[in-house]
Design a protein around this ligand. Structure first.
Ligand code: ADP
Length: 176
């Protein structure tokens, strides 16, 4: 199956995903926040924050990712990705966003995760315009999947229909 065919976009709540791993859109302190991060911490239980504090007291730089176990989630692992805050597009945002997806897939491969779900990193509180973020996210995922055959499928879990439609359109553009 081609790399693009291994990407599926759905509407949903990522905390319900049954993939081997789910990605989180975290902040660089890995200290908990709003949005998807809050939902993941709530569903995973307090062990998630304890593990983050213990293993990553220094947090995680923007554009990178760190792994914890999934605690009370169905997913075995959570890959905490730190995307960039949108500053108008000229501050290296696209490269940092691409780098956070790339780091997550690299870690997923090391963990032997065959399936992973992502939220639309940086498109909430961090203000990244959705279509531009979708181009970076899906373009990066497609090229990374090409190089990582052990990852069978990636699910982009969007929080509403509007985000889903944008992602489906961008995926169609990429598929040519
Ligand atoms: P960031 O700070 O990286 O922008 P947010 O959590 O604010 O992170 O938002 C990232 C995206 O995740 C937004 O598009 C938001 O609508 C979406 N989101 C929020 N909660 C969930 C959830 N439970 N499952 C999937 N996506 C979610």
């Amino acid at each position: 199956m081609s790399a693009i065919e291994r990407i599926t976009c759905v509407v949903g709540d990522i905390t319900h995903e049954r993939t081997d791993a789910i990605a989180n859109a975290a902040n660089s302190e890995l200290a908990g926040g709003g949005g998807v991060d809050e939902a993941i911490h709530r569903a995973a239980g307090p062990g998630l924050m304890e593990e983050l504090r213990r293993r990553y007291p220094e947090g995680c730089p923007t554009g990178e990712a760190r792994v914890t176990s999934g605690h009370e989630l169905s997913a075995r692992f959570v890959v905490h990705c730190v995307g960039p805050r949108w500053r108008g597009g000229e501050a290296g945002e696209a490269e940092l966003l691409a780098s956070s997806y790339r780091s997550a897939l690299e870690l997923a491969e090391d963990l032997e995760a065959r399936t992973i779900a992502f939220p639309a990193i940086s498109t909430g509180i961090y203000g990244y315009p959705v279509r531009e973020a979708a181009r970076v996210a899906l373009g990066t995922l497609a090229s990374e999947l090409e190089a990582r055959p052990s990852i069978e499928s990636v699910r982009m879990v969007l929080f509403d229909e509007e985000h889903l439609n944008v992602h489906v359109e961008v995926l169609e553009e990429l598929a040519g």
